[in-house]
Design a protein. Structure first.
Length: 425
């Protein structure tokens, strides 16, 4: 195995030091280290973070390899500073059996760019009618611990209760896409002033809040773990705040786009801004930012949702919802929160690793810990060029925006997946 000596780097914002990486772990830290056999990386001006962990990634394989593959999505993740991603189950076929989750897990190992942890479907075919083989997926080589029908809500309260009860046996978690389907029939965007003006059918905030309220009560009743995907409204934050105050075992995520972009973008009718849940208002953004800083929302998760050109570059009503996220998430976090490195490490690495049970990730670089880390240059501002992204898809809402921060290097188990800002393989 190779060794790397990263000189003069700030670990999570602390005073600069050297980091020696050898045999897959951080071997030593301290000023003025020497290691003649090691490749030297100049870390001056750079910040080392524990490798980022994404709880919500759509990799599209199997089924829509034209939009993304496990390999292309893994490369996009590494370039975004990630060392682990949790792959959503809404593939084709759906990841609702041990066979499919093992396939995704194996493809992730073969790509070798990030650890790919499959998420299993809660219900067969995401149809919301009967539970999938949760136990078989948990016992498989993929060791699934998070289950989600993301893209669809587990709307039936009895099924949701059964799922929460079932996963309790192995400390699993149900990640809910909170959307009461009867309240969002035909919905195209956030229900509010803009949707009224544009004459587009609205997706009301209450459709999300009602499901979160129900699910925290169910999770409390059965004493099980609930995770809420892509929280998007100020009202959801209040429901979560109350549930957490009562000690309910609930965690929640917010996406980078819900921290930055408003429903006003729909005025362009550019479907790149169509996403589920929809972009909301400036008031919601302020509440989400405050909740993330406070810890009422636990993590930033990308909801990286690649779509082929024909599924995005069409009339708004026909376009698929979803936007790319992996290669821009850290830049958005820096844009929103500035260089609050401890907050960024907590919300984008340590806590998501803990929720997913990825015990070799989310650990700050220190002697003896697995060398899963990323080096960020916060001083660089870069223009986002869709054609330069590693994702197979181009649906980034940040095209031609100038954003802060650049990932210089990412290490997975001591080997670089990204060096000098470029993918190693
Ligand atoms: N978040 C999105 O807008 N899209 C997701 C699924 C979904 O939640 O609709 C996708 O898989 O594309």
């Amino acid at each position: 195995m190779s060794s790397y000596l990263i000189r003069n780097v700030s670990v999570v914002g602390a005073a600069p030091t050297d980091l020696l990486i050898r045999d897959g772990v951080v071997a030593e830290t301290g000023a003025g280290l020497t290691a003649p056999e090691a490749t030297v990386v100049d870390g001056t001006g750079l910040v080392a973070l524990p490798g980022l962990v994404d709880l919500h990634t759509h990799l599209r394989e199997p089924g829509r390899e034209d939009a993304e593959t496990v390999e292309s999505g893994s490369r996009a993740a590494a370039l975004g500073g990630y060392t682990a991603v949790c792959a959503m189950a809404n593939t084709s076929p759906v990841a609702d059996t041990a066979g499919v989750v093992e396939q995704v897990w194996r493809l992730g190992r073969e790509a070798g760019l990030v650890d790919v942890q499959p998420i299993g479907a809660v219900t067969v075919g995401l149809a919301g009618e009967r539970l999938a083989e949760l136990g078989a997926m948990a016992d498989s080589a993929a060791r699934v611990r998070i289950f989600s029908d993301d893209g669809f809500c587990v709307a039936d309260p009895k099924l949701m209760r059964r799922a929460l009860e079932y996963v309790k046996a192995f400390d699993g978690v149900i990640a809910q896409h909170a959307e009461e389907p009867r309240l969002t029939e035909g919905a195209q965007m956030h229900e509010g002033e803009v949707s009224t003006r544009l004459g587009l059918t609205g997706w009301p905030a209450v459709a999300e809040e009602a499901i979160i309220a129900r699910d925290v009560l169910l999770a409390e009743h059965v004493g099980s773990r609930l995770h809420v995907c892509h929280v998007s409204t100020a009202g959801s934050v209040e429901v979560l705040r109350q549930a957490k105050a009562r000690g309910v075992r609930v965690t929640a995520e917010v996406t980078p786009h819900h921290l930055l972009l408003t429903d006003g973008h729909a005025e362009t009718y550019d479907p790149v801004y169509k996403v589920n849940p929809p972009l909301r208002t400036a008031t919601d953004i302020a509440a989400l930012r405050a909740a993330l800083a406070e810890g009422v929302i636990d993590v930033v998760a990308t909801d990286h949702a690649p779509h082929a050109v024909e599924d995005k570059e069409c009339e708004w009503a026909y376009a698929r919802p979803g936007m790319l996220g992996l290669e821009t998430a850290l830049s958005i976090a820096l844009e929103v929160f500035g260089p609050q490195w401890d907050l960024i490490a907590e919300r984008m690495s340590r806590t998501p690793a803990r929720i997913a049970g990825l015990d070799r990730h989310g650990i700050d670089p220190a002697p003896g810990v697995p060398a899963n880390l990323t080096l960020v240059d916060p001083a660089v501002r870069r223009v986002i060029e869709p054609a330069e992204l590693a994702s197979r898809s181009r649906n980034t809402p940040y095209a031609r925006m100038t954003l802060p921060g650049r990932i210089v290097a990412t290490f997975l188990r001591g080997e670089p997946t990204v060096l000098d800002g470029k993918a190693v393989k």
